[in-house]
Design a protein around this ligand. Structure first.
Ligand code: ZN
Length: 346
């Protein structure tokens, strides 16, 4: 067998197609992975819908979509000696150059020559995919296989939550998409003492409560900053984890943060945003922190330990499973917001 099925973005317009293409051949330092499961990220939905961000960001079509991977190594490049056929793996999706200033100083996740699966190079919505051996994460046998593809976005949540003090803090999580939901669960096991989330979708409000939010506020009904102050003895929360990319959620988050607090941002905005810097940031003495990817590989080690110890359970967070051919159903569901993580099986 030399051909495989894949979900590819063919044209610079909304949608994607199932295509038949050659199974890729691994290079000297790469491995061929048989995809067992993959999950849909908000990024994939942006590319599928071909929104403003995707139009500016995607340079090359056609391209296989997807980046969140669970698979089995079926072929090794000639130079690869530390992995073996049959290994069940996930993968870091940021491919670093290994020789720039950032790679040299322990910040390979923001490598200036970096590329990303399914964004810059062919992705993993396919029966097979080629991955640089240095990006492979071998799954701990105690972790259910299904969880492997979700380790990458879970790593985003772990990275954001642990990017500052969390034990004993009060936390506001703005936006309960899958990473907001996972951040709620991670904040809980890391010892946050009060977790307030904001969300408008009923399904996700319930999911946030299920995984550990003490209170979920609805920006369409509640005055967020006022309610947060009521819940924190008038002070505001110590930490805001911004997961929505929504301008009003960001404004509400800044107003809900106590002076001297941490504002960690993972949610991507569609366009530039104005805020009152003097009032919300400078005089308030807050730390505003952009979060990108995962620390390679210290975030992966922590994420793996959270899962293998049984402290963190992804079962309630993985809500839907489809065959790869049914990817459009998954995209629709992600768009509706009536889901947690959606998995696709080739
Ligand atoms: Zn680099």
């Amino acid at each position: 067998m030399t051909k495989m099925k894949a979900v590819a973005k063919i044209k610079p317009s909304p949608g994607a197609e199932i295509v038949e293409m050659d199974i890729p051949t691994p290079g000297l330092n790469e491995v061929l992975v048989k995809v067992l499961a993959t999950s849909i990220c908000g990024t994939d939905l942006h590319i599928f819908e071909w929104n403003e961000w995707a139009r500016r960001r995607i340079k090359k079509l056609p391209q296989v979509m997807g980046h969140e991977l669970c698979g089995e190594i079926v072929e090794l490049g000639e130079n690869v000696t530390h992995l073996k056929k049959g290994d069940i793996v996930s993968a870091e999706t940021h491919i670093a150059c290994g020789h720039c200033f950032l790679c040299h100083t322990g910040q390979a996740h923001i490598c200036i020559n970096g590329s990303i699966f399914g964004v810059d190079v062919n992705g993993v919505f396919a029966e097979y995919t080629v991955v640089p051996a240095s990006n492979i994460w071998v799954l701990d046998k105690r972790i259910p296989k299904d969880f492997a593809s979700v380790m990458e976005p879970l790593g985003n949540a772990v990275h954001t939550v642990l990017a500052g003090e969390i034990a004993g803090t009060t936390v506001l999580i703005t936006g309960c998409g899958p990473i907001g939901i996972m951040s709620t669960a991670v904040s809980k096991i890391c010892g946050a003492t009060k977790i307030i989330a904001t969300e408008i979708n009923e399904y996700r409000i319930n999911l946030a409560k299920k995984v550990g939010a003490d209170l979920v506020l609805n920006p369409r009904k509640d005055n967020i900053a006022q309610r947060v102050r009521e819940e924190t003895q008038g002070l505001g929360v110590d930490v805001v984890l911004e997961m929505s990319g929504n301008p009003s959620a960001i404004q509400e988050g800044l107003e809900s943060l106590r002076p001297g607090g941490r504002f960690s941002i993972l949610g991507l905005l569609d366009k530039p945003l104005e805020t009152d810097w003097n009032k919300n940031i400078i005089f308030k003495y807050v730390t505003v922190q952009g979060i990108n990817g995962r620390l390679i590989f210290s975030t992966w080690h922590k994420t793996s330990r959270f899962l293998s110890s049984g402290r963190l359970d992804l079962d309630p967070i993985i809500t839907h499973r489809f065959r790869l051919e049914e990817f459009e159903k998954g995209m629709e569901l992600m768009k509706s917001g009536n889901c947690g993580k959606v998995l696709l099986y080739p």
